[in-house]
Design a protein. Sequence first.
Length: 70
Amino acid sequence: MAAPRFDRKVIGMGNDEKMEHKAEEMKGKVKEGAGKATDNESLEAEGKKDQSKANLKQAGDNVKDAFTDK
Protein backbone atom coordinates (compact mmCIF):
# COMPACT_ATOMS: atom_id res chain seq x y z
CA MET A 1 0.00 0.00 0.00
CA ALA A 2 1.35 3.43 -0.94
CA ALA A 3 1.96 6.09 1.65
CA PRO A 4 -0.75 8.76 1.85
CA ARG A 5 -0.08 11.93 -0.13
CA PHE A 6 -0.85 15.31 1.38
CA ASP A 7 -1.68 18.33 -0.71
CA ARG A 8 0.77 21.08 0.29
CA LYS A 9 -1.85 23.74 -0.34
CA VAL A 10 -4.26 22.10 2.08
CA ILE A 11 -1.78 21.92 4.94
CA GLY A 12 -0.27 25.35 4.20
CA MET A 13 3.38 24.49 3.62
CA GLY A 14 3.53 26.44 0.35
CA ASN A 15 3.04 29.73 2.16
CA ASP A 16 6.15 29.12 4.27
CA GLU A 17 8.25 28.81 1.13
CA LYS A 18 6.73 31.96 -0.32
CA MET A 19 7.54 33.89 2.84
CA GLU A 20 11.12 32.58 2.82
CA HIS A 21 11.57 33.64 -0.80
CA LYS A 22 10.15 37.09 -0.09
CA ALA A 23 12.48 37.41 2.93
CA GLU A 24 15.43 36.50 0.70
CA GLU A 25 14.40 39.24 -1.71
CA MET A 26 14.18 41.78 1.13
CA LYS A 27 17.60 40.72 2.43
CA GLY A 28 19.00 41.32 -1.04
CA LYS A 29 17.45 44.78 -1.18
CA VAL A 30 19.00 45.63 2.19
CA LYS A 31 22.42 44.43 1.01
CA GLU A 32 22.11 46.39 -2.22
CA GLY A 33 21.12 49.54 -0.33
CA ALA A 34 23.95 49.11 2.16
CA GLY A 35 26.38 48.63 -0.72
CA LYS A 36 25.17 51.82 -2.39
CA ALA A 37 25.29 53.77 0.86
CA THR A 38 28.84 52.67 1.65
CA ASP A 39 30.02 52.73 -1.99
CA ASN A 40 30.78 49.00 -1.73
CA GLU A 41 30.23 47.60 -5.22
CA SER A 42 30.80 44.02 -4.07
CA LEU A 43 28.04 44.19 -1.44
CA GLU A 44 25.73 45.94 -3.90
CA ALA A 45 26.31 43.19 -6.50
CA GLU A 46 25.73 40.48 -3.88
CA GLY A 47 22.42 42.11 -2.96
CA LYS A 48 21.33 42.18 -6.60
CA LYS A 49 22.31 38.51 -6.97
CA ASP A 50 20.29 37.58 -3.87
CA GLN A 51 17.27 39.42 -5.26
CA SER A 52 17.58 37.65 -8.61
CA LYS A 53 17.72 34.23 -6.94
CA ALA A 54 14.68 35.06 -4.82
CA ASN A 55 12.75 36.34 -7.85
CA LEU A 56 13.45 33.09 -9.71
CA LYS A 57 12.19 31.09 -6.74
CA GLN A 58 9.06 33.25 -6.59
CA ALA A 59 8.48 32.67 -10.31
CA GLY A 60 8.68 28.94 -9.62
CA ASP A 61 6.13 29.36 -6.83
CA ASN A 62 3.80 31.12 -9.27
CA VAL A 63 4.14 28.31 -11.80
CA LYS A 64 3.36 25.73 -9.11
CA ASP A 65 0.35 27.77 -8.03
CA ALA A 66 -0.93 27.97 -11.60
CA PHE A 67 -0.98 24.19 -11.86
CA THR A 68 -2.37 23.48 -8.38
CA ASP A 69 -5.21 26.02 -8.46
CA LYS A 70 -7.23 23.96 -10.93
